[in-house]
Design a protein around this ligand. Sequence first.
Ligand code: ATP
Ligand code: MG
Length: 579
Amino acid sequence: MNSDISILTAKIYSAVAPNKEQYARFEKFIEKKYGSDVSIEWVESKAFPGGFRMEVGSDIYDWSVGGRFRQLRDTLVKVPATNGNIIPLLKETISSWTPAALAEQVGEVKTVGDGIATVTGLGQATYGEILLFTDGVRGMVQDIRTDEIGCVLFNDDENVEQGSSVKRTGKTAGVPVGEAFLGRVVDSLGVPIDGLGEIEASGYMPIETPAPSIMDRQPVDTPLETGIFSIDSMFPIGRGQRELIIGDRQTGKTAIAVDAMINQNGKNCITIYVAIGQKNSSVVQIQQTLKKHGAMDHSIIVCASASEPAPLQYIAPYAGCAMAEYFMNKGKDVLIVYDDLSKHAVAYRALSLLLDRSPGREAYPGDVFYLHSRLLERAARLSDKIGGGSITALPIVETQAGDVSAYIPTNIISITDGQIFLESDLFFAGQRPAVNVGLSVSRVGGAAQTKAMKKATGTLRIDLAQYREMEVFTQFASDLDEQTRSQLEYGAGLMRMLRQKQYHPKSQHEQVITLVMALAHTMKGLDVDKVTPFIEGLIEEFETAHQDICTRIDSTGVLDDDLKQEIIDISAKYRTKWQ
Ligand code: ATP
Ligand code: MG
C-alpha cells in the first residue's frame, strides 16, 4: 500500500508523548505496513487525552479513547433486535469486544462550488462511491483523475470549504426501497418530502445496477393497457417494453403518462413517476390527480424539481429505477415514467461541464448516450425462473419545433422499442391526444395485444394513413366525386373517434366494440360532431343491454367471427336511432 510514495510522514497525535517502548511499537507497525522510508513525527494534541491517533498519508489509525468508543458503538448497533431481554445480548457483545486499530482514509477538499468538490488524497476511492464531508454532507465520486477526484454533492455545500476533510464510505450510492414507499412522494435520495412522516424501508438498493442479462429475460408478450384508445389500438405497449413519448412542449406528453398510470388501478401493476427538472407545483398537481383518481395507492413519485441541484436531478431516474427493481425482483409488474429525459440530459451536461469534462456535440459530454442506455436497459420482463416480474418504461422527451432529429431525441429513439410522437398542430386543432399516426410506432407491442384487440384493430392504421394522404391532396379541390367524399368523411370520423378526454381511460371492451363498429363503416353519413356522443351512447347501450358481450371480451380477450358480427348488427340497429 502506498509504496509509490517514497517520502511519507507518520503523524502521531496524543496528549502525552509516547514513551520509548510505545515509540518502538509504532516504528515496527509502520515499517511492516509502509516500509522503512517513513519519518515519524509526534504532535501534541489535547483532543486525544487517552491513547493515540496516527495519520500516515491518507490512512488514519485510531487508538484513542474516542475511536474505541465509536467502535464499541458500531458493534452495539449491530446487535440483533429481539423481542426478549436484550441485556444478556449486550453483555455478551461487550465482553467479546476487542478494540481494533481503526484504519480509515481521509482526504482533503481542494476546491468547492456549484455543488461540485474536487478532493485530493483519496487515491483508492472508486467511481460512484459515496464520500462523507463535514456536517454529514454527502457526495458521489464522478470523476477520477491522476491526482484528484471530482465529486458531486447531494446536500448544500455551505459548510464544505477548502481544506476540510473528506472520508470514504466504501459504499456506492443507493436508495431505501420497500412497500412503504407506495403512496409517497420522495426526493432522489428516498427522503420523504410530502410531510407524511418517515418511511420504514424494507431494504437498500444501489441506484446503479447492471441490466438483467439475456438469459434472465423473456419475450414481451403481455399487454400493458394504457387505456388510451389511439395507443392501445395502434401502438400497443407490452410489459417490459420501453416506449418513448416525444413531442414539443405542451402537447399532452405528461397527460398520456398520467392516464396510463391511472389505468393501472386494480390491475396489479405498481406505477412510479420520476419528475426531473419540473416545477414543484406541477408535481403537486400530478400527486393530487393521481390521488383523486385512486391511483396514488399503487404509485411512488420521485421528485427532483428544477430547484434541486443538478446532481440530484441526475440521479433521480436511477433512484426511481432502483425502487422499481425492488418490486420487479419480487415478481411484480411496474410501470415507470421518466418525465423528462431532455431535462435529465441538461442536468448531466451542467454537471459534466462543471467537472471540466470536454464538451462534445451540443455541449453534451461524450457519454451522454450511455447515460440513457444504461437506464433504459434496466427495463425488462424477467424469466419465470426468477419471478417473472417486469419494468415497463415510458421515458418522455421534449422536442424543439418538432425536431426529432436533434441529438438527445435521436439517441433515445434508438434505445427505445418505439415512440408515441405528439404533434402541436394536431393538439391545437383539438385532436387530443395528439398522436401522429405516421411517425409513431411500437416495435414489440403487436405481440402484446390481446387477440380481440388485434382482430378489432384491423385496417385502422392503413385507413388513417390513406385519409391523411387524401386530405392533403384534396385540400384545394372544390368539387369532389362521391367516393372521395365518403372516404374523407370516413377518415374524419375515425380521427374524431380517437379523441379522448384526459382521465377517461377506456376499457378493453369499449375499445373493441368501438373499433368493430367504426371499421364496419357504421357511422357513414353521421355528422362528425355527433361521433363522440354516438359512441358514448353505443357503449352505454352495450353495457346495459348486452353486458355479456362486454364481460366476454374483457375476460377472454378473444373476438370470434360470430361475436364480431353480433357487435356489428347491434351497432347498425343503434345507428338507425341517429340521423
Ligand atoms: P410540458 O411540455 O409543459 O411538460 P406536456 O407536453 O407534458 O407539457 P401536458 O402538461 O400533459 O403537456 O398537457 C398540456 C395541457 O393540455 C394540459 O393543460 C392538459 O390538461 C391538456 N391536455 C392534455 N391532454 C389532453 C386531452 N386528451 N384532452 C384535453 N386536454 C388535454
Ligand atoms: Mg409535461
